[in-house]
Design a protein around this ligand. Structure first.
Ligand code: DCP
Ligand code: MG
Length: 328
C-alpha cells in the first residue's frame, strides 16, 4: 500500500547445503527459541518434530536481515504451520542436567528420573552403577559443561599432534567441527586424523589412546552401519588440558575431545562430515541427494570417489560452500 515501507520478502533455496550460512545470525531470538524447542522434542523422542524445528531455525539463520513480519516468510520451505505449531515444553531440567554428563544419553537419564534421581547430588547418593566414562563425566561435570575457547582448542591441537606423530610419523591432523566453521567456542574439540599413505592409519587409534599422556577417559563411538561418512574409527574422550584452569589452584581443566581416524581415500568425506554443521548442513545434504527430499541411506550418500571437499560439491551439482558458511 502507498506510504507503507516495503518489506523484503525472503527467497531461500530448500536445503541448507544450497545456502550460505555464516555465523552472523540476524534472527537469534527466533532461532534460539526454535533450537530450545528442538532440544526438548529430541529429549522426548519426538525426532520428527525436532528435525522440523531445527530446519526452521537453520532457514532463519541464513536470512540477510531480521524478520520484521510474517509476510516476509511467505512461501519459504520448512516454516509450515505444522512444523511450527508449538506444544508445551515437556523436557525437564533434570533431563538436561543428567544428559550433560559425558556417557549419559536420553534413555539412561529417563530411567534415572523414573527412579527418583533428578540431579548430580542424588545420582552420587544413589549408588547407581556407572560405567567408566560416566564416572569420569560425573567427576568432571563442571569443566565439561564450560565452553571450550578457540585458544584452548589450539593448545589441545598442539598436544594431540605431538601424541599422534609420536605413534605414526607423517600422520596429519585437522581441527574439524564448529572450530573449522569459525566458531569462537564449542562444547568440544573435534579432530580428524589421516596419513597420506593409504592403510598406514590402520590401528592408529588404540596406539594414540595408550599414549595416555593427556587422556583421562575415553569411550569408543557407537557402532554404526558402514557408510563413507560414519564408518571411521572414533574415540570420544575427556582430555586433560594443562595450564587452562579457571582457578589458579588448579593446574588443568577437563575438555571433551573427539578423535576420528580416516584413510586418505575417504578423507574428503570424513572432513565434510565432521565439519558439519550436524544439525542442518549434513542432514540436508542427505535430503538434497534424493529426488523427493527424503533422506537417502547413508550408504548411498557417497558412491563415488573424491579427493577434496570441492570435488564432492561438484559431483553433487552444488556450488562449493566454504566451512565458514556451513553454520546452518
Ligand atoms: N558429527 C556427526 N554426527 C555425529 C557426531 C558428529 O555428523 N553423531 C559431525 C558433525 C559435526 C561434527 O561432527 O559438526 C562435530 O560434532 P559436534 O557435536 O562437536 O558439533 P560442533 O563441533 O558443530 O558443535 P560444538 O561447537 O558445540 O562442538
Ligand atoms: Mg564440536
Amino acid at each position: 500500500r502507498a506510504g507503507e515501507p516495503e518489506v523484503e520478502v525472503f527467497s531461500v533455496p530448500s536445503y541448507a547445503c544450497q545456502r550460505r550460512t555464516s555465523l552472523e545470525n540476524h534472527n537469534a531470538p527466533l532461532t534460539d527459541a526454535l533450537s530450545l524447542l528442538a532440544e526438548n522434542a529430541e529429549l522426548n523422542d519426538e525426532e520428527g518434530r525436532g528435525v522440523a524445528f531445527r530446519r526452521a531455525a537453520a532457514l532463519l539463520k541464513t536470512l540477510p536481515s531480521a524478520v520484521m513480519s510474517a509476510s516476509q516468510l511467505r512461501g519459504l520451505p520448512c516454516l509450515g504451520e505444522h512444523s511450527l505449531r508449538v506444544r508445551p515444553l515437556t523436557s525437564s531440567r533434570s533431563q538436561l542436567v543428567l544428559t550433560g554428563i559425558f556417557g549419559v544419553g536420553a534413555k539412561t537419564a529417563d530411567r534415572w528420573i523414573r527412579e527418583g534421581i533428578h540431579d548430580l547430588h542424588q545420582l552420587r547418593a544413589s549408588g547407581q552403577v556407572l560405567n567408566r566414562a560416566q564416572r569420569a563425566g560425573l567427576q568432571h561435570y563442571a569443566d565439561i559443561n564450560q565452553p571450550v575457547t578457540r585458544a584452548e582448542a589450539d593448545a589441545i591441537e598442539a598436544i594431540v599432534e605431538k601424541a599422534v606423530s609420536s605413534v605414526l610419523r607423517g600422520a596429519q591432523i585437522v581441527l574439524t567441527g564448529g572450530f573449522r566453521r569459525g566458531k569462537p567456542s564449542g562444547h568440544d574439540v573435534d579432530f580428524l586424523i589421516t596419513h597420506p599413505e593409504e592403510g598406514r592409519e590402520e590401528g592408529l587409534m588404540p596406539k594414540v589412546k595408550t599414549t595416555r599422556n593427556s587422556y583421562l577417559e575415553s569411550k569408543d563411538g557407537p557402532g554404526r552401519p558402514p557408510s563413507n561418512m560414519d564408518r571411521f574409527e572414533r574415540c570420544l574422550s575427556i582430555f586433560k588440558l594443562p595450564g587452562a584452569a579457571e582457578t589458579p589452584q588448579r593446574a588443568w581443566r577437563a575438555v571433551r575431545v573427539d578423535l576420528v581416524v580416516s584413510p586418505i581415500s575417504q578423507f574428503a568425506f570424513a572432513l565434510l562430515g565432521w565439519t558439519g554443521s550436524k544439525v542442518s548442513f549434513r542432514p540436508d545434504l542427505r535430503c538434497y541427494r534424493s529426488s523427493d527430499g527424503s533422506p537417502v541411506r547413508q550408504s548411498l550418500m557417497f558412491d563415488f570417489c573424491a579427493a577434496s571437499e570441492e570435488e564432492i560439491f561438484a559431483h553433487l551439482g552444488l556450488e562449493f560452500v566454504p566451512p565458514s558458511e556451513r553454520n546452518a
